[in-house]
Design a protein. Structure first.
Length: 148
């Protein structure tokens, strides 16, 4: 998770080399959880449901341009790894962390020295990119720490 947070913050990119294998590992873990007598109860269907639910939730935001493909694939990987209930908790905490991150970035940009080019400050803030993968990663870490 920390690698994804770092790459999205630094380069505004979440590599497929991380998300796709994580989805596969999550589904394999789900197969292992479905074995009778396993200490885990959820199983493969919950992990698959987490992946599909993340896709269904992210699709409208991706189609409208509000979410990048890497962010959607990261959320799908989280759902595949931990299941549908964890995905919902992580997405909720990620949305809250995204709001806090947006406020911090807006404040930092407002306090920065003015640019030489004159632009409407509202336009400049609204057109800037907020690395939402960072917020989703923080949300997943919060959900993991809380144990949801």
């Amino acid at each position: 998770m920390s690698v994804v947070i770092y790459t999205d913050w630094r380069w505004q990119r979440i590599p497929n080399e991380i998300t796709y294998p994580t989805m596969l590992v999550g589904l394999i873990v789900g197969l292992g959880e479905g074995i009778p007598g396993s200490p885990f109860a959820d199983g493969f269907l919950d992990h698959l449901a987490g992946l599909v639910l993340a896709l269904a939730v992210c699709r409208p935001f991706y189609a409208s341009g509000g979410l990048k493909a890497g962010d959607a694939k990261m959320l799908m990987a989280i759902g595949a790894l931990r299941g549908s209930l964890f995905l919902l908790s992580a997405a909720l905490y990620g949305a809250l962390a995204g709001g806090v991150l947006a406020l911090v970035l807006i404040a930092a940009r407002r306090l920065a020295p003015p640019e030489t080019e004159v632009r409407d400050p509202f336009w400049r803030v609204m057109k800037s990119r907020i690395p939402y993968g960072v917020a989703l990663g923080i949300g997943a870490l919060i959900a993991l720490a809380i144990g949801r």
